[in-house]
Structures are given as structure tokens and as C-alpha cells.
Design a protein around this ligand. Structure first.
Ligand SMILES: *Cc1c(COP(=O)(O)O)cnc(C)c1O
Length: 224
């Protein structure tokens, strides 16, 4: 059940760590069920899919929407108007554009900068060095709240290597004085939690539509 899985994950979270329910691919009815039992943060990766869902859920005034997908420049205006958080800011030019348009729209989104700690041609993101090089420039941009880093781990890494990536992300965020690390998904949120994540982005393990990642009954009943 959705509520059981939500409770299972929520009960694992120390204070200061929050669950982002990744609702991409999920129907409004499932999002509504979670919203009704207190989940406030939802993540979507495509504007086209997200817009009708946001409209359908307007009655929930306390929901916070997080954009987590690759953000095309022509979608920035719509995204800053509806999403309070953007986790996937992967270049200076995108940050600059979000800054300018946020000024025009009189909003000030929370921003996580996406960082790539391993080569991965399928993913966007700053390299750690690039982020350090551009950090001062990024900080001059108005209308943005730079709150953290976001990272995704390449799927082929083993457990120890995934932890190394998460630790590197936490260390870089600390070096830059950023409170948040958005890291950990259905398959690795527990490791991310151990390594200093503050936002876990969990989809299938929460909504329960991925046979590999669904939290099993034994997982829920054993205390670990
Ligand atoms: C889909 C997605 C997730 C959630 O993935 P699950 O494996 O379903 O938990 C997290 N982060 C991003 C950026 C995603 O696109």
C-alpha cells in the first residue's frame, strides 16, 4: 500500500532529511492519496506531463513541486511559475536564464546544481572542477536561492562506489556551504541517507510499480 511504503521510508528519515516523492509517470489519484496523508513534496521531470497534474491538484495549497528533469531553455518560464524547486540546473547558462526569468516573474526558486562525479555521457551536470570555477559567478546571479547540489549515480557502480559518489557530493556541498544534497533514488536511498543526503528522490519504491525496487514485505516488517 502507498501509505505503508510512505510510512516505511518516512520512519527511516532523521530530522533534516526529506522525502521527495517522484511522481513522474504516476496518475493524479496516487499523488492525491499521498497528499492526503501528509506528503507535501513531489517531483516531476517533464513539464508537459506535470502541468495538468499541478492543475488537477490545486486544492492542495501546501504542495511543493520540484522540477528534476533536464530543463530546456524554452520551458524555464513555465517551470519557475509553477515549481518552487529546481534540482537539475546543470550549467551556468541555464542558471543565468532562470535568474533573469525569475526576476521577470517575481519569483525566487530554490536551486540545486546538478553535479556529475563520474563520466556519464547520458547525464548532464557540472563537473566538480567546473562548479568550483564558476561558483563565484553563480553566486552573483539574483533571484535564485542556491540551496544545494544534486547528483545521480551511474547505474553500473557497486555499492561502495555509489557511497563514494554520495560522500563526494556531500563534501563538495559542505565546501561551498550549501545545506542540501539531493541524492538517492529507489535503489540506493539508504546509502545516500548514510552519506549525508537531505533530499531523497524516490519514485518506484514509493509508488510501487517497479518490481526490482518495491520495498518487500520482509523489508517492512524487519527492523533494520
Ligand atoms: C525518475 C527519477 C527519480 C526516481 O527514480 P526511482 O528509481 O523511480 O526512484 C529520481 N531522480 C530523477 C532525476 C529521476 O528522473
Amino acid at each position: 500500500m502507498l501509505s505503508t511504503r510512505l510510512r516505511y521510508i518516512s520512519d527511516c528519515l532523521p530530522s533534516g532529511v526529506r522525502l521527495l516523492a517522484v511522481s513522474k509517470g504516476q496518475p493524479v489519484t496516487s499523488i492525491r492519496s499521498l497528499a492526503e496523508i501528509g506528503q507535501c513534496d513531489f517531483g516531476e521531470s517533464r513539464l508537459q506531463e506535470a502541468s495538468p497534474k499541478l492543475n488537477a491538484l490545486q486544492e492542495f495549497k501546501n504542495l511543493r513541486w520540484h522540477f528534476i528533469g533536464r530543463l530546456q531553455s524554452n520551458k524555464v518560464r513555465s517551470v519557475v511559475k509553477s515549481f518552487q524547486f529546481i534540482h537539475s540546473v546543470d550549467s551556468f547558462s541555464l542558471a543565468e536564464r532562470i535568474s533573469r526569468i525569475s526576476g521577470e516573474e517575481k519569483c525566487s526558486p530554490m536551486i540545486m546544481l546538478q553535479v556529475k562525479f563520474r563520466e556519464d555521457p547520458t547525464k548532464g551536470g557540472f563537473s566538480p572542477q567546473q562548479l568550483l570555477d564558476e561558483w563565484l559567478k553563480l553566486n552573483t546571479l539574483p533571484n535564485l536561492k542556491l540551496v544545494g547540489l544534486m547528483t545521480m549515480v551511474p547505474i553500473n557502480l557497486d555499492c561502495e562506489d555509489r557511497r563514494n559518489v554520495f560522500r563526494d557530493c556531500r563534501a563538495l556541498a559542505d565546501q561551498l556551504n550549501l545545506p542540501d544534497c539531493s541524492m538517492g533514488m529507489s535503489s540506493d536511498w539508504k546509502e545516500a541517507l548514510q552519506c549525508g543526503a537531505t533530499w531523497l528522490r524516490v519514485g518506484s519504491a514509493l509508488f510501487g510499480d517497479d518490481k526490482n525496487h518495491v520495498i518487500s514485505h520482509t523489508d517492512i516488517t524487519k527492523s533494520d
